[in-house]
Design a binder for this molecule. Sequence first.
Ligand code: NAP
Length: 217
Amino acid sequence: MPTAMIIGASRGIGLELARQYAAAGWRVHATTRTPAQPGKLGPLSGDINLHELEVRNAGHIAALAKAVASEGIDVFIHNAGVSNRRLSRDEVMQINAEAPIAVTQALLPAVERGAGKKIVLMTSQLGARYGSSRRLSTYGESKAVLNDMFRELAPAWGQAGLIAIVMHPGWVRTDMGGAAASLSVEESARGMRQVIDGLTPAHHGRFWTWDGREHAW
Ligand SMILES: NC(=O)c1ccc[n+]([C@@H]2O[C@H](COP(=O)([O-])OP(=O)(O)OC[C@H]3O[C@@H](n4cnc5c(N)ncnc54)[C@H](OP(=O)(O)O)[C@@H]3O)[C@@H](O)[C@H]2O)c1
């Protein structure tokens, strides 16, 4: 069976992606900041392998890459992210913009060894700069910077045979999205898995939504 790696799977969308891939029979590598307390991931059934990862910790990133050095990752999803509540602008930038690139770069060899060769970075429609004179929030700015860095790297990743995209998961009922959001984690994760299943080289380097629509930058 294929292998998925979900970065940031302790709760919310990441937890549900891990649950659905494992339920579909995939081997899953799931990261949390505290794997010794697996929380809701613990009782899940299936081939779920937990790893410790604080996404700003270079030692954790190197250890994760080493832990999967003998296998390939078919689908790599960097999901971990924060809203700008209670955190400084620098922290939000580090977690939402810099870390996804650093973690992905470290795991590229594992994705290159996989058959699927798919990379998904979780962004947000709030990070789109198009057609708007509104000022982005710190959160939106962090996702816009992530999108910019992704677009710079995408050509090299494409040349390496990878299919990499950024994805908006919809407005989802999680701690971040809030109770009023329009989608359940099940609907969002199911939609994203379908989109990821259908990715071809033609999708590479672009911005997609959870239900398969292309999003403007
Ligand atoms: N929910 C929405 O409506 C929505 C909309 C657009 C985009 N998104 C994006 O979708 C992704 C998931 O969102 P969500 O709604 O599921 O959020 P969530 O419920 O708040 O979960 C965030 C996840 O990221 C992890 N995380 C945060 N900072 C981390 C760090 N420094 N190191 C390691 N892990 C860290 C959290 O781990 P801990 O449990 O350890 O904190 C948790 O697993 C995020 O990138 C978010 O920006 C969400």
